[in-house]
Design a protein. Structure first.
Ligand SMILES: CC[C@H]1O[C@@H](n2cnc3c(N)ncnc32)[C@H](O)[C@@H]1O
Length: 483
């Protein structure tokens, strides 16, 4: 199938839906007209796009955890606990890894093993195996919007079932849920699968139901420079808008330097609006989400709370619409519900204490914003040129050429030539630009910033800095100083 950034026509979409809904027995439980009616009876307090709009109007930064377990009643109890004890403003349903790879048979086994063991033997909620009615039990058991969080390159059936099940937000995208999650899924395929997902959301929107879409901002979550994640997020927003998506939350994973992270959030919304309007997609609701540090965490729970709180401070000062919260069990694995709630409570304490404070627009902040604008525009404009005006084709060709290049990505479709490293203040810079389309001014800026660190550490900038930075936060630092 020739990839083209064009809204799927309904004939094509209906035909494909028959095949998608037959790929697992629970697909038979999806009735789109009935699902639209179900959504229309949901209270506004449970509709993500509406609550985000209210938060954006009132300048509220909402907090949301990640959470998902194998058994339906345990998952419901977990979400209720995170809502009531943790104070979650939005709830997730994190989907298990088998489901993310369309391996529903193994997910089924995982459910049976969990029942036998009396605890979750899956690392998330196997929504496809449970089907529409079970999803509705989850949505009806809580009082806040629930979002599907996962990492699925082919999320067509997962979207059909969870959206019919009353979830009002769906995370991911054809690039952001491929490059960081798969070894060998061609971008032509994953982008095309996500055009289906977005066309489904567009169909809900055309029938009066608002479903929010959230491209996965952090990507590999390890020292990803803002302009790289912004370029991917904005391309996914443009592809989604073409399919009729009207509500988008664009994301960014914390890097750790305050000015750079605040600059990243402020430029993300601004650049998204700029490109969406430039390409004729006006009237979209754009919100932002900040992910607390996505890289290696300290094992020590007190130190982990330090990292979580620093993420909360940055989210508050960036005035981001939503912050995704980490837990003090991050270094160990799936958190207990108490640890998950603790991360939420620490975050909300900081958000509440900072809601009446703001960060002045200092010259450092302005410089970081200007650099991110220049870099992101350079990547996006080159991508469109490679695509000869088509964003989907451009994205595929940009990755092949290394015009978009995600650090530490497992995908063989990612060139993997760039190298990030922190500068002396911990901001993430480029040690190696790979094939990125950056001019001499941008390159000189990064080279000087890293040279400054080299002078301070009395060592030549090298790959060793990258390695030191990857382990730094887990060891209680930000910049990976030499021992
Ligand atoms: C994107 C990776 C992030 O998702 C988190 N995560 C993945 N699965 C779950 C899960 N089932 N419950 C809570 N957190 C989870 C993981 O700890 C990491 O912070």
């Amino acid at each position: 199938m020739e990839l083209v950034n064009k809204k799927l026509d309904l004939e094509q979409f209906w035909a494909e839906r028959q095949e998608v809904l037959q790929s697992w027995p629970t697909g038979r439980g999806v009735d789109l007209e009935e699902a639209i009616a179900y959504h229309k009876q949901l209270p506004a307090s449970k509709v993500m796009a509406k609550k985000l709009a209210q938060g954006k109007r009132e300048g509220i930064t909402f907090a949301q955890p990640r959470a998902g377990v194998a058994l339906l009643h345990e998952h419901i109890e977990l979400l209720r606990y995170l809502q009531d004890e943790g104070g979650a403003d939005f709830l997730p349903t994190t989907i298990d890894s088998y489901t993310r790879q369309n391996r529903y048979k193994e997910a089924e086994t995982g459910i049976e093993e969990s029942r036998a063991a009396g605890r979750s033997m899956l690392n998330g909620f196997p929504a496809v195996n449970y089907g529409v009615d079970a999803c509705r039990k989850v949505v009806e058991a809580v009082n806040v919007p629930v979002q599907v969080r996962h990492g699925t390159p082919d999320a067509r059936l997962l979207a059909e079932i969870t959206l019919a099940g009353g979830f009002t937000d769906f995370e991911g995208g054809g690039i952001s849920y491929n490059i960081p999650y798969s070894k060998d899924m061609p971008l032509e395929k994953s982008i095309r699968y996500w055009q289906y997902v977005d066309r489904l959301v567009g169909y809900y929107e055309e029938n009066g139901v608002s479903i929010n879409r959230e491209p996965f901002g952090p990507l590999t979550g390890t020292l990803v420079p803002p302009s790289i994640s912004h370029a991917v997020a904005i391309i996914e927003a443009l592809l989604a808008a073409e399919q009729g998506v009207m509500n988008l939350t664009l994301g960014y994973g914390q890097c750790g330097n305050l000015y750079q992270d605040v600059a990243a959030i402020r430029t993300l919304a601004e650049l998204a609006e700029e490109y969406l309007n430039r390409f004729g997609y006006s009237g979209r609701q754009i919100t932002t989400v900040f992910h607390q540090w996505m890289g290696g965490f300290p094992q020590d729970e007190s130190k982990a709370f330090g990292v979580i709180s620093w993420g909360a401070v940055t989210a508050a000062l960036a005035r981001v619409n939503k912050v995704i919260v980490k837990t003090p069990h991050e270094a160990m694995g799936i958190p207990t519900r108490e640890a998950n709630a603790a991360g939420l409570k620490a975050t909300k304490q900081v958000l509440n204490m900072l809601k009446d404070q703001s960060l002045p627009l200092t010259s450092e902040l302005q410089l970081e914003m200007e650099m991110i604008r220049k870099e992101t525009r350079a990547i996006l404009d080159k991508t469109l040129e490679l695509g000869e005006g088509d964003w989907a084709v451009g994205a595929v060709r940009a990755f092949k050429a290394g015009v978009i290049d995600v650090p530490f990505a497992p995908s063989r479709h990612n060139l993997g030539k760039i190298l990030p490293a922190r500068d002396n203040q911990g901001a993430v810079r480029f040690l190696d630009f790979g094939q990125l389309p950056f001019d001499a001014e941008i390159r000189a800026f990064h080279q000087e910033k890293i040279a400054e660190r080299g002078r301070k550490e009395n060592r030549q900038p090298s790959f060793q800095m990258v390695i030191d930075d990857i382990y730094a936060i887990g060891k209680g630092m930000l910049v990976g100083r030499p021992r």
